[in-house]
Design a binder for this molecule. Structure first.
Ligand code: GDP
Ligand code: IMO
Ligand code: MG
Length: 432
């Protein structure tokens, strides 16, 4: 038995979903603890592709429990669509595999509309959000006006009155500040009631549910969404998401003690990508960037936007290692680097003439940073069929060893293709 947290170390889309799906074979429970359907986690199983936005990536494995913790913001419309889709694809009763926290906050139509209206108003300075209402939903939570899944269990009149209070405020902002049409209370209420009728049996108090699993010696796997550099506190603010994406938050936002965690794994893409606006020192606007984008299929799973690509950024990764207290990493998309004569990695930044080895907090400073690059020899071979670590080209092994030395942690898993099977497990953290 082991409890493992798995989080993204870069700007998201590191391949978390794939690794979670793989590791779920040895886990009993998979827990999403933050974010919402801004996430897009892709699994490829026997050649078939599945994209998950809200349901944890353990869902494709029968008999595993998937938990949506209190720190997640839940769009019930999307949740029901996902349940329906996976029910059709798997032929299983997906809802019976799910536990939904009664403390998780709801994303309503007015949150989505506010998110989009604000982005429009920002114009050129937009954050490039996914437009899913994530930021406004967390605002309602922090302002203590939010509606929670547990409110769906309250008498209708109570739910309606809370909804009315919230929509009155949102409609004032939508109409007076953004010149938009208001959101109709009756429509939102009817939708909530219909959704409640379906999800009600899955709504539970998650900390007690996790404690029962813990006492029965079950293994828990915590699935992060987004990535460390999109973290609300330590990321590239304001070009971040609105939740804490760090490993520490897996405990706080699902309701388990920090002393119950055995391993923290950071998922590291073998190069760097970013979707949305914000400074990105290693960004490549040339043929190499194109190679990474095309070979890596770097298009957003949630919004379909092209992802910006660049070399591996070790300044950012060293920061992610310390912020999350990583014990190990899972290195993904190594196959995408095949065919490059030389591979560069960023080991420091040059900021206004001075070489620095830390990740600046000021986005003006970060935007002014130029990467200091170290060159390594690449490899030509297609490695997507290699399943034995020793059979990787020498230069690929040197690349991995260099990353391990820079971060001070081992790459326990190495992924060389999107399929569940295209992964080398050098040591399985769930087997202790
Ligand atoms: P997540 O948000 O961290 O779960 O990552 P995404 O699913 O948004 O993006 C990762 C993309 O890379 C998906 O299309 C995966 O199918 C794909 N992928 C994951 N691991 C590998 C790998 O090792 N090699 C290649 N070529 N693709 C991978
Ligand atoms: P996964 O879990 C990559 C980015 C958006 C935008 C910023 C804020 O698939 O790795 P938001 O809608 O959260 O308010 O947008 O965060 N973003 C992601 N980028 N992967 C994600 O999730 C992301 N979720 C949000 O592009 O820049
Ligand atoms: Mg993604």
């Amino acid at each position: 038995m082991a409890n493992v947290i798995l989080i993204g170390t870069q700007w998201g889309d590191e391949g978390k979903g794939k690794i979670v799906d793989l590791l779920t074979e040895w886990a009993d429970v998979v827990v999403r603890f933050q974010g919402g359907n801004n996430a897009g986690h892709t699994l490829v199983i026997e050649g078939r592709r599945y994209a998950l936005h809200l349901i944890p990536s353990g869902i494709m494995r029968p008999g595993k429990t998937c938990v949506i913790g209190s720190g997640v913001v839940v769009d019930l419309k999307i949740l029901l669509e996902e349940i329906e889709l996976f029910q059709q694809q798997s032929g299983r009763n997906v809802l019976s595999q799910l536990i939904l926290s009664d403390e998780a906050h709801l994303i309503l139509e007015s949150h989505r509309r506010l998110d989009q209206a604000r982005e429009l108003k920002r114009g050129e300075a937009k954050i490039g959000t996914t437009g899913r209402g994530i930021g406004p939903a967390y605002e309602s939570k922090m302002a203590r006006w939010g509606l929670r899944l547990g409110d769906l269990l309250e008498p209708e009149a109570v739910l309606k009155s809370r909804l009315k209070d919230l929509l009155e405020q949102h409609n004032q902002i939508l109409e007076k500040i953004y010149g938009e049409a208001p959101v109709a209370l009756a429509e939102v209420f009817t939708e909530l009631q219909a959704a409640a009728a379906i999800v009600r049996p899955a709504i539970k108090k998650v900390p007690y549910e996790l404690d029962k699993f813990r006492q029965n010696k079950a293994s828990l796997l915590f699935e992060g969404a987004q990535g460390t550099l999109l973290d609300i506190d330590h990321g590239t603010y304001p070009f971040v998401t609105s939740s804490s994406t760090l490993a520490a938050n897996a405990c706080a936002s699902s309701g388990i003690g920090v002393t119950d965690i055995d391993e923290v794994i950071g998922v590291v893409k073998a190069y760097t990508t970013r979707v949305g606006s914000g400074p990105f020192p290693v960004e490549l606007d040339d043929a190499i960037g194109k190679h990474l984008s095309v070979r890596g299929g770097e298009v957003g799973t949630t919004t379909g936007r092209p992802r910006r690509c660049g070399w591996l950024d070790l300044v950012a990764l060293r920061y992610a290692t310390l912020l999350n207290g990583l014990n190990s990493i899972a290195l993904t998309k190594l196959d995408v680097l095949s065919g490059l004569k030389t591979i560069k990695v960023c080991t420091a930044y040059r900021l206004r003439g001075e070489v620095i080895d830390f990740f600046p907090s000021s986005i003006a400073d970060l935007a002014a940073c130029e990467p200091v690059l170290t060159e390594m020899a690449g490899w030509d071979e297609d490695i997507s069929g290699i399943l034995d670590y020793d059979k990787l080209p020498e230069n690929a092994k040197k690349y991995i060893a260099y990353i391990e030395a820079q971060l001070g942690v081992k790459a326990l898993l190495v992924s060389v293709g999107p399929d569940r099977e295209q992964t080398m497990i050098r040591h399985n953290p769930l087997l202790g």
